[in-house]
Design a protein around this ligand. Structure first.
Ligand SMILES: Cc1cc2nc3c(=O)[nH]c(=O)nc-3n(C[C@H](O)[C@H](O)[C@H](O)COP(=O)(O)OP(=O)(O)OC[C@H]3O[C@@H](n4cnc5c(N)ncnc54)[C@H](O)[C@@H]3O)c2cc1C
Length: 436
């Protein structure tokens, strides 16, 4: 490993070369944190992304309901990067691990001492038979990208009644609660428009419950029932017939729709498959779940949606991972032992409509539980609807642009999951039994 040359104003000849693939949530946070950590002459930091539009993706949920505009949630990528970080707008073509080089579609080669993979996921609607055929973006939509969310906004505005199916084709997807949030907001939206009695709402999932973990699944199923949203489980979508308005499962069950809001299959970025040894079959990059060092090579780290880890793909996960990853890049460069610092912490507001939201907070070991956040005396209830949680969700966008992306710490939002404030099922049962 080269020792950094001190003294110069721009990267010294012997400065560490840190290349970050992807300038979204994870790539930007990591670049900014590294820039704060190293003087420009100690490390040359380069971020590669194919475009210059940074989307605040949680905002995509609100666009179809007219609650946010695209202009509000998209900002120039390069403007989110601190001075002294090089931004290269280009497509990553492939990583040559053995040579320690990244090849860009424009022909440039970027040698690196440390590589950070933060290229997220790609939506693969074409992987589901019929989904992008007749009816796609006419009666079948996704809100998971900007054009889809805008088209869906127009379709919802014109919708006067019928069966609306909210569906996810299969996991993994980013933000696995977002389709549930969409269903809850649709209930609110059609109520506001005075149409709710003319709309049948269904949530169709391949899971055997409303969510992946039992306590949250029960609470969320209760909310769906309260809001008259039908829950259809174990429905593994095999094909879509947009002309007839049918979702057909692999075991030949059918779900009829007038309007389909689907979350397509997700895969890793295609260049991962073109980079021998880097990724798994889905194009995600396996990494140590605690240090975030990739399995591919010791000088390659991965975070966010691009990483293959046993935790949800979410912005909060990406943010908590960034702290450990940056620490471990520094330790790697210093020849020190890596810190097993990431505990799988994930944290998510779940919009439930009518100005309320739930909050979930969990990690590798602890499933989302009821209680309070961030401590037992904290202001935010866990797994319970509250107005404060909704305000937290709305405020988050400001924090994202002004605190999290610039790489600042957020007091009260620790990278490790706070253990206090969680009501474990056994303790909750004991408490209930002892209440007269
Ligand atoms: C509708 C919706 C709602 C969500 N709500 C929430 C929420 O409430 N809470 C939450 O925590 N998370 C939420 N998320 C998830 C969150 O936005 C993502 O998990 C997070 O952005 C992941 O960050 P990332 O850096 O891994 O990927 P991204 O931010 O997606 O960045 C990846 C970047 O890599 C670039 N890239 C990919 N391939 C290449 C290539 N070959 N060459 C060059 N550049 C490339 C892309 O252009 C992109 O900029 C939501 C997501 C969606 C879609």
């Amino acid at each position: 490993m080269p020792a950094p040359a001190g003294g110069g104003e721009t990267p010294g000849e012997m400065a560490y070369r840190i290349v970050i693939l992807g300038g979204g949530t994870g790539g930007t946070m990591v670049a900014n944190r590294l820039r704060r950590r190293y003087e420009p002459e100690e490390a040359a930091i380069t971020v590669v992304d194919r475009d210059d539009h940074h989307v605040y993706q949680p905002g995509l949920l609100f666009v179809p309901f007219g609650l946010a505009s695209v202009e509000e949630i998209v900002r120039p990528r390069h403007r989110q990067l601190r001075p002294g970080i090089e931004f290269r707008q280009d497509e990553v073509e492939r990583v040559a691990l053995e040579e320690g080089r990244v090849l860009l579609a424009g022909g440039t080669e970027l040698p690196y001492d440390v590589l950070v993979v933060a290229t997220g996921t790609v939506l693969q609607p074409e992987e589901t038979e019929g989904l992008t055929g007749p009816g796609w973006n006419e009666r079948a939509f996704t809100f998971y990208d900007v054009p889809g969310a805008e088209q869906l906004a127009r379709a919802l505005e014109a919708f006067e009644g019928g069966r609306v199916v909210v569906n996810l084709i299969d996991l993994p997807i980013k933000c696995p609660v977002a389709p549930l949030e969409f269903a809850f907001l649709a209930d609110w939206y059609f109520t506001e428009r005075g149409l709710r009695d003319r709309v049948e709402l269904a949530f169709v999932t391949p899971l055997d419950a409303a969510f992946t973990t039992p306590v949250a699944a029960e609470r969320l199923a209760g909310l769906l029932a309260e809001k008259r949203i039908e829950l259809v489980t174990e429905f593994a979508t095999g094909r879509v017939d947009g002309e007839r308005g049918l979702l057909v499962s692999w075991d030949e069950r059918e779900e009829r729709f007038d309007l389909l809001v689907t979350v397509p299959l997700h895969g890793g970025a295609p260049y991962v498959a073109r980079s021998p040894g880097l990724g798994d079959d889905l194009g995600f990059v396996p990494a140590d779940p605690r240090t975030l060092q990739s399995r591919a090579a010791p000088n390659v780290f991965a975070l966010g949606d691009a990483a293959s880890l046993p935790i949800s793909k979410a912005g909060s996960v990406t943010h908590f991972e960034a702290e450990t990853l940056v620490e471990n890049v520094a330790r790697f460069l210093a020849g020190a032992e890596l810190e097993p610092g990431y505990d799988g912490h994930a944290n998510c507001f779940i919009e439930t409509g009518f100005g309320k939201a739930l909050l979930i907070d969990f990690n590798y070991e602890t499933e989302p539980l009821p209680g309070r956040f961030p401590t037992a005396l904290g202001p935010l209830p866990l797994l319970r609807e509250s107005r404060l949680n909704h305000l937290g969700k709305l405020m988050f966008q400001w924090l994202y642009w002004h605190v999290l992306l610039p790489g600042r710490d957020l007091p009260g939002l620790p990278a490790q999951m706070p253990a206090s404030g969680k009501e474990h099922p056994a303790a909750a049962a004991r408490k209930e039994a002892s209440t007269p």
